[in-house]
Design a protein around this ligand. Structure first.
Ligand code: ADP
Ligand code: ADP
Length: 238
């Protein structure tokens, strides 16, 4: 799996130039941390990939598919290949862990419908496997609003992974977590990248976490890539 951004630009209607020509390629099972101060353009970059926002110009290819030129049906299909994990979890608070994970497999509407019937057994089986993998094996019937922040983030990871994405995009996964929980969540993300052989792009503002966990770190500042390298290379440069 490869994600390739070429000269990606985004100017909002307000005139804010959030991305000023970003080129970046991410492949295989690599974990890339994108760091940079608030306002650097990190969220805009992620939102361009899943097309929550429309890039102004440039190219974005996921395994050769040009993401900037999809019609509505193609976009729906492409989004199934892009796993998103959000800062604020985006979980359905009143549903259980299992139900939340299954919404990743089925999509919101069918999940709500299926909620009152039976879920497809093969999906449930897969969900159990993934819940085990993220360390929530015995929590499937807990309501999400009973969980800690770290547990919620694991539900978010499980929900993204169950759709068998070709890439995982993770927006500030640790910003509401304590340092120890942050480390375990970052470990989990890099392990999943390796096991599933998919690239993981993590927006993060904690530089230490990026250097400790990512295979490669890219720095964004004011809409431009200002550095790129392995943690070891960046350490030498510092
Ligand atoms: P980061 O994620 O690094 O904090 P953002 O991508 O959120 O950066 O923002 C980059 C720049 O784009 C900032 O100047 C921000 O104010 C601006 N911006 C972000 N979203 C919008 C929007 N929807 N409309 C206008 N400007 C925006
Ligand atoms: P983050 O720092 O996590 O990117 P922001 O606070 O920049 O979050 O953005 C939160 C929301 O506000 C986003 O949906 C973004 O599109 C919107 N936003 C950010 N900056 C602006 C702006 N200057 N004008 C309009 N909307 C904005």
């Amino acid at each position: 799996m490869t994600l390739e951004a070429t000269d990606l630009r985004k100017t909002y209607p307000t005139g804010d130039e959030a991305l000023k020509g970003v080129s970046l390629s991410i492949e295989g099972s690599e974990t890339v941390a994108m760091i940079g101060p608030s306002g650097a353009g990190k969220s805009t970059f992620v939102r361009c990939i899943n097309r929550l926002t429309e890039p102004t110009s440039g190219s974005l290819r996921l395994d050769g598919t040009e993401l900037t030129a999809l019609d509505a049906d193609e976009l729906r299909a492409a989004r199934r290949d892009i796993g998103m994990i959000f800062q604020e979890y985006n979980l359905v608070e009143r549903l259980t862990v299992m139900e939340n994970v299954l919404t990743g497999r089925l999509g919101y509407v069918s999940a709500w419908r299926a909620f009152r019937r039976d879920f497809p057994p093969e999906d449930v089986e897969r969900a159990y496997g993934i819940l085990d993998r993220v360390g929530l094996g015995d929590m499937e019937d807990k309501r999400v609003d009973e969980l800690s922040g770290g547990q919620r983030q694991r539900v978010g990871i499980a929900r993204a992974v169950i759709q068998q994405p070709k890439i995982l995009l993770v927006d500030e996964p640790t910003s509401s977590l304590d340092p120890e929980t942050s480390n375990t969540v970052m470990d989990l993300l890099t392990d999943i990248a390796a096991e599933r052989e998919i690239p993981v792009l993590i927006n993060i503002h904690e530089v230490d976490l990026a250097l400790d966990h990512a295979d490669r770190v890219v720095g964004l500042h004011d809409g431009e890539l200002v550095f790129e390298g392995t943690p070891a290379e960046l350490d030498e440069g510092a």
